[in-house]
Design a protein around this ligand. Structure first.
Ligand SMILES: *Cc1c(COP(=O)(O)O)cnc(C)c1O
Length: 380
């Protein structure tokens, strides 16, 4: 076991949080909770003050994503994982197709495969470190993949599968670690859903979904069982997208939300919009990511895990280390020095660093991160 190595203060980032979710929360977001310590925290989510926070989130996201006419912002409890079940219950009519290329994209596909009322999904499987988009398939009514595969640091393109819209199929995109960080044309999606603890630097437990008119219409039809001749599908209220949407339209959620999550997210969206919105945020993330990728390419002991350059995420950056340098050891020393959560995804099982470079992270701190890693490796 190594004795603790002290990284010189002059090399350290100002903020040592580099997680891919939960991710860095800006001090101003914590201050926003404090500012609402007696006026928002511990008050009813059915009353005007919290409803105004939710309203500001919905309006702010409308501005941030430049929502086309008719698109709406819905939210509910349970995070993106809960939205997978909402989508199985309320959006997929009979059969979905999935692109799977990592843990998160595969989990949604597994949910659909296990839903007894759905037909076996069509899976387009790619290797970790690449992406694979679903292809047009007869009888498929919903196409699903992840914008940013957080487990591998892969970003996939978001455009409708050719012919899918004409066939009446929906495009349902997991934007969890992409939303707020990667550019997106929302018109290419029918449901773009995410949790707030990644690029929105808030806390977990909530899902947010940007819905097209086609998605809303589909949910209404599926939930009324109008698409079925035979057995009725049970859609529990907690998994009903229409229930969630009806509450969202009143700036509420079906059941009690975590108020701190809402307050921090509202603060973050105003901060992002005030700085120039998605264009600003995605450029900032791209800058931070390129600092890491070019450092790894110059490095003697590090290489970007994702070889195909246009698949490299600019939100979650994965860097492989040489066999001689043990990532677990580097990470332990970084943690002892207050630089935390840059571990690779456990189940991917690589000798890897994984760095969340969401908008809240200062690009100057990313430079400092690379210097700290170099310092640690030199002193191993
Ligand atoms: C984090 C993550 C999820 C899960 O989000 P929860 O809020 O924990 O449910 C799903 N998909 C992707 C791409 C993620 O990064």
């Amino acid at each position: 076991m190594t004795t603790t190595l002290r990284i010189p203060e002059s090399l350290k980032p100002e903020d040592g949080r580099f997680g891919s979710g939960p991710s860095k929360i800006r001090p101003e977001q914590i201050a926003a909770i404090d500012a609402g310590a007696t006026t928002l925290m511990g008050t009813s989510h059915r009353q005007a003050p919290i409803k105004q926070v939710v309203g500001s989130i919905r309006d702010g996201l409308r501005e941030f994503f430049h929502l086309p006419d008719g698109y709406e912002v819905a939210l509910g409890n349970g995070g993106a994982s809960a939205f997978w079940e909402v989508a199985c219950a309320s959006l997929i009519a009979r059969r979905a197709a999935f692109g799977t290329y990592g843990s998160f994209s595969a989990k949604f596909a597994a949910s659909a495969a296990n839903a007894p009322f759905l037909e076996t999904p069509v899976i387009f499987k790619g290797e970790p470190g690449t992406f694979r988009l679903p292809e047009f398939t007869e009888d498929v009514d919903t196409y699903c993949w992840a914008h940013n595969e957080t487990s591998t640091g892969v970003a996939a393109p978001i455009h409708r599968v050719p012919g899918s819209r004409e066939a009446g199929a929906l495009t349902v995109i997991d934007g969890t670690s992409a939303a707020g960080a990667l550019p997106i044309d929302i018109a290419e999606t029918d449901a773009y859903y995410f949790s707030p603890q990644k690029a929105f630097g808030s806390d977990g437990g909530l899902w947010v979904a940007v819905l097209s008119p086609a998605a809303i219409e589909r949910a209404a039809r599926v939930e009324s069982n109008a698409h079925l001749e035979g057995a009725r599908r049970w859609v529990p209220p907690f998994l009903s997208l229409i229930e969630a949407l009806n509450n969202s339209r009143k700036d509420q959620t079906l059941n009690t939300p975590a108020l701190a999550t809402l307050i921090m997210m509202e603060n973050q969206i105003r901060w992002l919009n005030g700085n120039g919105g998605l264009a600003w945020a995605s450029a900032r993330c791209a800058k931070s990511a390129s600092i890491l990728y070019s450092w790894a390419e110059r490095s003697e002991y590090a290489t970007p895990f994702v070889t195909q350059e246009d698949a490299r995420s600019t939100a979650v950056v994965t860097i492989d280390l040489d066999e001689q340098v043990q990532a677990s050891q580097v990470l332990a020393i970084l943690r002892e020095n207050g630089i935390v959560d840059a571990a690779g995804y456990r189940k991917l099982g690589r000798n890897q660093l994984r760095v969340g470079v969401f908008p809240s992270v200062e690009p100057s701190d990313v430079i400092a991160f690379t210097k700290c890693v170099d310092y640690v490796v030199e002193h191993l």
